[in-house]
Design a protein around this ligand. Structure first.
Ligand code: SF4
Ligand code: SF4
Length: 221
């Protein structure tokens, strides 16, 4: 999923401070799973903003909505009946959702209420960890299912580096060395010989190195 964390309330207040009528929009997908921008967080933020604005002597009207997906034009159309009655939109979706609302409603200011973080997984309740950087050419099939791009601090494809110590990365004692994880996993699978194979230099143009990317599927057009 795409993970996100809600911005501090004061930062959100500063962003929306010129506006009196807000549409606060959540998303039912990733940001719901990571408890940053679903229906519940919309309600909590709405109440918190109302109280905070009242304390500062201002009345701000907030309409609440949560869409199935904010990164999908089909669902963004559900905002049409509401958009004319508000001055601005505050979105609790990831950056994709914020930009899609801005693309659809060019005359309205759209603000992000969360900081979008990374593509990750839930390690345990309340903890999400980065797992993929969308490099466009997945290596998991040769690294035992552990991503060296997202999980090695130096994105090394042939590790570990000299900073690996007792299974931990040199950046901190709480950070596993990705290449230790890769070795442990390949060993457990009886695939140690794969570790001896040097991976070729990666073509970073398949990732962000090639600029903004698109997937075009003519069979679906
Ligand atoms: S190798 Fe690339 S696509 Fe595969 S998990 Fe890592 S970053 Fe994501
Ligand atoms: S210690 Fe391991 S995870 Fe950290 S940078 Fe070196 S190879 Fe990568």
């Amino acid at each position: 999923m795409i993970t996100a964390e809600r911005k501090p309330i004061q930062e959100i207040m500063n962003l929306v401070s010129p506006y009196k009528n807000l549409l606060l929009v959540g998303c039912n997908e990733c940001v719901t799973v990571c408890s940053a921008g679903g229906r519940k967080e919309v309600a909590l933020l709405s109440s918190a903003l109302q109280v905070a604005f009242m304390k500062s002597g201002r009345i701000v009207h907030i309409q609440e909505m949560t869409l199935e997906r904010q990164c999908d034009p089909e669902y963004i159309e559900q905002l049409v009946p509401h958009i004319d009655s508000v001055d601005a939109v505050l979105s609790l979706a990831c950056g994709c959702g914020v930009q899609e609302i801005a693309r659809r409603f060019k005359e309205k200011m759209v603000f992000p209420g969360v900081n979008t973080k990374f593509m990750g997984a839930s390690e345990r309740p309340g903890v999400w960890a980065e797992r993929c950087q969308g490099c466009g050419d997945c290596l998991l099939g040769v690294t035992g299912g552990i991503c060296p791009i997202a999980r090695c601090s130096k994105r090394l494809q042939n590790g570990p580096c000299g900073g690996s110590s007792k299974g931990k990365c040199e950046i901190g004692p709480d950070v596993d060395c990705a290449w230790q994880l890769i070795w442990d996993r390949l060993k457990a699978l009886g695939l140690q010989e794969r570790y001896e194979t040097l991976l070729p230099a990666k073509n970073w143009r398949n990732g962000r190195g090639g600029g903004p990317r698109k997937i075009v599927r003519e069979d679906l057009m």
